[in-house]
Write a protein that binds this ligand. Sequence first.
Ligand SMILES: Cc1ncc(COP(=O)(O)O)c(C=O)c1O
Length: 382
Amino acid sequence: MDMLGTETAFEVLAKAKALEKQGRDIVHLEIGEPDFDTPSNIKEAAIKAMQAGYTHYVPAAGILELRQAIAEYLSKSRGISVDPDAVVVTPGAKPIIFFSILALVEPGDEVMYPNPGFPIYESMINFVGAKPVPMPLKEENDFRFDNDDTAAKITEKTKMIILNSPENPTGGVLNKANLEVVADKVKNRDDVFILSDEVYSQMPYEGKHQSIASLPSMKEKTILLDGFSKTYAMTGWRMGYAAMRKDLAQKITQLMINSNSCTCAFTQMAGIEALRGPQTESKRMVEEFRRRRDVIVAGLNKIKGITCKKPQGAFYVFPNVKSFKMESKKFADHILQKAGVAVLSGTSFGAYGEGYVRLSFANSVENIQKALKRIEETVKEL
Ligand SMILES: Cc1ncc(COP(=O)(O)O)c(C=O)c1O
């Protein structure tokens, strides 16, 4: 158990809540979830489903109609053909990360993953006794991995390559050349899988989302992970899914049987409405995130000592705070204690996050402006 990591966002949230209990006013920019309510058509679909009796066990891989809706959505959005039998629905996107690594990775295998990146990747790689091989995402490269470095790190021991685009925590988006380098190196390897975490697929601010699964020969090698949490503001509903090789889908389903039995039945019925119903609310949310992104990036760049790249996707900024010559964790703590703004240290996302902090802009423009003002006043004294 000592090998298992964690997600610091929840720890910082607890610290911030403790300060609030003491009467402090805290602006929450630490947690990665849309601040919008789940669209009402989706909530109504869940209520109707509950009343119609969807309150019992359902198939472990997911209700067929939902898997059909997901297969249609993935086929259309990624330009590939996905069969409902290749889809597994899980309580959140996270279990797919957990199950895929558990199912495919053996002690001693190498797993490549973005760093800074979603902390659960490194945690799970370590947990199964595999070797984590970081793919550094650097600011000077717009938080994309270096193609030559990545190509050189793919060895005969590589078992899995984890990609995440748009990326948490940097807001970076991989380009076609990045995807092609990986695809070229693994297309003739039967022993390598790609875990492509695309939970922010509906939130690119420039151009269209690209999936490695769309490249020739890559669909069968890719576990294409997406979900409802971010796109439809459904974090608390717990529902995600992935499309993968059918034989692997059966094994992941078996892990579902051994752990959860199935994903909540009425939540799944609401998922059908989310995918097939009107998309206006979800699109409006993305437009609002774009507006907030512009506010927070401009505001941070005005603060002496902070520089911030414009994220190309997701709802996070990853400003550079190296000029303060403080460890990121200390800097983040200082901002929480002194400014009353909860942010995460870049190192919560891996060693390559040193020198940065992550701010989520899934908060109102008013709160973002309040946070910017307080940060500016606090860092003046450093
Ligand atoms: C990159 C990434 N993958 C997966 C997840 C997990 O999503 P879910 O809440 O659907 O489990 C998150 C949530 O923050 C994330 O940022």
